[in-house]
Design a protein around this ligand. Structure first.
Ligand SMILES: [Zn+2]
Length: 250
């Protein structure tokens, strides 16, 4: 199927980029993406995915909006407090593009529901704050050969991981973190987190999403990107594949 007249008009700035063109834009539109956690990271991710043209988005989050979320969760306003994040996210994203199909999952992703929720999506974005959930999503993507873009933020530090399990030899999150750390949660509220760090890491995650969809060179797959917002440093570190991970996943 070709791009519609409306799609060409809307996405002309992408189409005019030789590296994207109509073909690339069609790929962006057709990629089905699941966002797990629509908070500090999920907000910028969802916003840029919607504006970039992704037309099939799933959102998983069981939480309601709290006033303390507004410091960094840019999808939400004062009037949204106490409402479910997925409901407000759907409303806001539809304002960007009314044709987007959004599937809401008002639940916590777990062992029992991950297969059913994630099955129909090509690429999974992990914006959750629990290491246990991160490993669960990692294992699912590994087993089902999906692309995983994973982000984490705490205080002034952010991490971005890209795992393209369609490629052979992609490392996984367990290569970096074999076991669940003793403090399972990356608790932004009590640990503290810089507002703009959530934005930067979220936008980098979306950038990497687009690069994976379009198969750009120099994929981040196999590296950790470390962002320090206090001193503004960005570092890329190569991740070694650990062969023992497979035993833990299977
Ligand atoms: Zn691994």
């Amino acid at each position: 199927m070709k791009l519609s007249y409306d799609d060409v008009k809307r996405h002309i700035a992408h189409i005019n980029l030789k590296k994207i063109g109509s073909f690339g834009q069609k790929k962006i539109i057709d990629t089905k993406i699941l966002i797990v956690g629509i908070g500090g990271l999920g907000s910028p991710v969802a916003t840029y995915l919607a504006s970039s043209g992704v037309s099939n988005i799933g959102i998983v989050d069981h939480d309601k909006i709290d006033i303390s979320n507004l410091q960094r969760q840019i999808l939400f306003n004062e009037e949204d407090v106490n409402k479910f994040k997925v409901d407000i996210a759907e409303k806001k994203l539809k304002k960007i593009n009314s044709k987007i199909k959004i599937k809401k999952f008002k639940t916590k992703i777990d062992d029992n529901n991950i297969n059913k929720i994630a099955k129909q999506y090509d690429l999974i974005i992990d914006g959750t704050d629990s290491f246990k959930t991160k490993l669960l999503i990692n294992d699912y993507c590994y087993k089902n050969k999906k692309i995983l873009i994973c982000g984490a933020i705490s205080k002034f530090d952010g991490h971005v991981f890209v795992f393209n399990f369609k490629k052979k030899n992609s490392p996984c999150l367990r290569c970096f973190m074999p076991n669940i750390p003793s403090t399972d949660m990356l608790d932004c509220q009590s640990e503290g987190v810089l507002s703009t760090l959530a934005g930067m890491v979220g936008v980098i995650m979306t950038n990497e999403t687009i690069r994976e969809i379009l198969n750009f060179e120099n994929s981040l797959c196999g590296n950790i990107l470390i962002i320090n917002a206090e001193n503004f440093l960005i570092k890329k570190i190569k991740l070694k594949k650990n062969k023992d991970c497979i035993k833990k996943i299977k």
